[in-house]
Design a protein around this ligand. Structure first.
Ligand code: ZN
Length: 370
């Protein structure tokens, strides 16, 4: 028996355990009281609202949500849903028109075909319109009176009295939404480039030419208007698909010579685009090619020293062997434009990225060209 009492904990241990149990009990009771009070408050609020007229009952509003939550929800909306939401109230319209909401939509739909240059041109156009034209880029057109038909009705609304140009803020405000609408409606034609122009005319296969592009929402295709060749009229092409378009990779226009980076870095096997035009009065197009070897080279890369030669050979292997368009050489150090009225004029050369090469590879003709 004495052995049993000796195994019990001392009095101090019992005291500590009792204190801990007491503290836990107080905390639990406190939580229960808090929950009861919360329920009572909810009930009181419910009873208070229930007794009030409907119009006086404060309703939960989407705009009462935290800013980050609202922005997150708006970022998930499509352009069509944004336009619908914008018609609800003024505050929501301002939020739905903001640049950070529209920029992802601009990039997702138009980023591959309408670049920074096109955006800058449109901005200048917008500013000049404010300054000189009795038409105004009116945000109110973003308010769609009917929801049956999106879209995006014409935003150039005539006014009886031309507004005096205030400043560029008119165009800068909600610029991405306006830019998106201008493109989507086809109201603004923008500069872009078209692969294999004129429906893949054999004379233009594996080339890419500047054009003015207008989107046709009904057919989801574009109209392309090419710069005139000399005194010829501009060529128009319809039903140009998205796959045949790209935004201009450089800011050089169709009649400007592209200043090539050093051609010393080009090695056999590199993929390039070369500016070429048939006649000095014509616009340049970009033509796909690869860097070739010297005639005397064995093409064994372990022994190849072609990159040390002063001439870089550009090959256009889409043309059959023997074709006068298949190969040309240009000086690595002094190249600007070379050629004549027989072979045409070769100008700027730019090395391609992997993505650009992939785009060209998709267009490779089924048969070699003559
Ligand atoms: Zn070689």
């Amino acid at each position: 028996m004495s052995g049993t009492f000796e195994s019990l904990p001392p009095f101090s241990v019992w005291l500590a355990l009792a204190l801990v149990l007491n503290m836990l009990s107080v905390k639990a009771n406190s939580k229960i009281r808090d929950k009861a009070m919360l329920r009572a408050r909810r009930k009181l609020k419910f009873q208070s609202n229930a007794g009030a007229p409907c119009e006086n009952v404060p309703a939960a509003s989407f705009l009462d949500l935290p800013e980050l939550v609202i922005d997150n929800i708006l970022s998930k909306l499509s352009p069509q849903a944004l336009s619908n939401a914008a018609s609800v109230c003024k505050e929501l319209r301002e939020r739905c028109a903001s640049d950070h909401v529209w920029l992802p939509h601009v990039l997702a739909k138009w980023g591959g075909v309408a670049g920074d240059l096109a955006f800058e041109e449109w901005m200048n156009y917008c500013i000049s319109l404010y300054a000189h034209n009795p038409y105004k880029l009116d945000d109110s057109s973003f308010h769609y009176k009917t929801r049956k038909a999106w879209p995006l009705s014409c935003i150039w609304t005539p006014r009886e009295i031309p507004p005096a140009p205030q400043n560029n803020d008119e165009c800068n405000q909600n610029a991405y939404m306006k830019w998106y609408i201008a493109l989507e409606t086809g109201n603004y034609c923008f500069p872009g480039q078209v692969y294999n122009r004129e429906h893949g005319h054999v004379g233009f296969l594996m080339s890419c030419y500047d054009a003015e592009l207008c989107y046709d929402r009904k057919s989801d295709t574009f109209k392309a208007r090419y710069p005139p060749h000399g005194t010829c009229s501009p060529v128009l092409e319809e039903d140009v698909s998205w796959e045949r378009l790209r935004k201009p990779p450089v800011s050089t226009t169709a009649h400007e010579l592209y200043v090539s980076p050093s051609l010393r870095s080009l090695r056999p096997g590199d993929h390039v685009e070369v500016q070429w035009r048939r006649d000095r009065r014509y616009p340049y197009g970009w033509w796909y090619g690869v860097v070739g070897h010297l005639e005397a080279c064995s093409k064994d890369m372990r022994r190849c020293v072609c990159h040390l030669d002063d001439t870089v050979w550009l090959e256009f292997n889409q043309y059959a062997p023997g074709s006068r368009w298949r190969r040309t050489g240009v000086n690595r150090d002094n190249h600007t434009e070379k050629g004549d009225d027989t072979e045409g004029y070769y100008a700027g050369v730019r090395k391609l990225s992997k993505d650009e090469v992939s785009a060209w590879t998709r267009l490779w003709p089924k048969e070699l060209l003559e």
